[in-house]
Design a protein around this ligand. Structure first.
Ligand code: CDP
Ligand code: CDP
Ligand code: CDP
Length: 259
């Protein structure tokens, strides 16, 4: 094998991509790249400069911001803790990814409702996608700056990874789940992370509408729409546990690399 094993994970919003991808990466000692973070960073900068992403005249300005943005990811794994001294499996800590924009940590700023509401509009701009594609491919080729697990393998998640970013990926997974289940999970996640009722939408139906609206925009855009690659394995997580879907993917990677 001349290049690291590539796992592409795509799917609609809150289908479990990033959580699953991080856990798969942790289990296999692979790197993890969150491509949604790139689009969120660009949206965040645009909004903070007072640019309206819904105004067609903003496209040029946003594309320039996308080209200029220096985006970095750092995922903290907890590999040592996975097995206890008596050999039993300890519940692995969920890896966390920090996102840097021009050297500033924007990890929480890019997850606000406001950014979520506008990100699909930004991600539909062709030149923005070209700029991000270059950055993401570069990071995939050189590894992110964690320098630890480098080059064994790579898990990348997003909307167009199997179709556009890594069309030659060794394993492509398309995660799906009921939009009601996805909304419920997003809500639980918000509450777990200490939701703020003045800022967060804490109504299941409203969250579900929001996810469905974004999926529709992502599916129907002209450039690199959200789509299952023909050679992707579809996994419906509606009735799976997180550990269950991680197991399916890890087993499939090991089978394909002949381990
Ligand atoms: O985590 P969540 O599903 O809410 O979103 P995300 O993965 O952070 O992605 C945010 C948005 O970025 C998506 O709704 C897409 O509009 C866009 N995106 C994209 O177009 N292509 C990617 N490869 C990743 C994200
Ligand atoms: O990245 P994406 O937006 O696709 O999803 P996510 O940010 O990983 O969020 C999915 C949420 O559903 C997380 O809080 C997971 O813990 C939870 N979850 C899951 O992904 N899969 C299950 N089988 C059960 C819960
Ligand atoms: O590796 P080989 O082509 O011999 O067989 P395979 O991996 O079972 O592939 C057959 C097809 O089923 C592929 O397109 C896989 O993506 C897909 N597949 C799946 O949908 N679910 C799995 N758990 C394994 C493979």
């Amino acid at each position: 094998r001349t290049r690291p094993f590539q796992v592409a994970i795509d799917g609609p919003a809150a289908s479990g991509k990033s959580t699953t991808a991080k856990m798969v990466a942790q289990r296999l000692g692979f790197d993890y790249i969150d491509t949604g973070a790139f689009y969120r960073c660009v949206t965040y900068v645009a909004l903070s400069k007072g640019i309206d992403p819904l105004d067609p005249h903003s496209s040029k300005k946003i594309s320039a911001l996308a080209e200029q943005a220096e985006i970095g990811l750092q995922t903290i794994f907890s590999r040592e803790q996975d097995t206890m001294t008596n050999g039993s499996q300890k519940a692995a800590t969920l890896p966390t990814t920090r996102v840097f924009l021009d050297s500033t940590d924007v990890s929480s700023e890019i997850r606000t409702n406001r950014v979520s509401q506008y990100v699909s509009a930004v991600a539909a701009i062709g030149p923005v996608r070209e700029a991000i594609l270059q950055k993401v491919r570069k990071m995939g080729a050189t590894g992110d700056d964690q320098g630890s697990s480098s080059r064994l393998g790579l898990v990348m998640d997003g909307r167009d990874i199997g179709t556009v970013v890594l069309p030659q990926a060794d394993l492509k997974v398309f995660l799906v789940a009921d939009s009601r289940v996805r909304a419920e999970r997003r809500l639980q996640e918000l509450v777990r992370n200490g939701a703020d009722p003045t800022r967060d939408i804490l109504d299941a139906k409203a969250v579900q509408d929001d996810l469905e609206k974004r999926d529709e925009q992502d599916r129907t855009r002209k450039v690199s729409p959200l789509k299952k690659a023909i050679d992707a394995m579809e996994l419906d997580t509606s009735n799976l546990t997180l550990e269950g879907q991680v197991e399916v993917i890890v087993n499939e990677v090991n089978r394909r690399r002949g381990a």
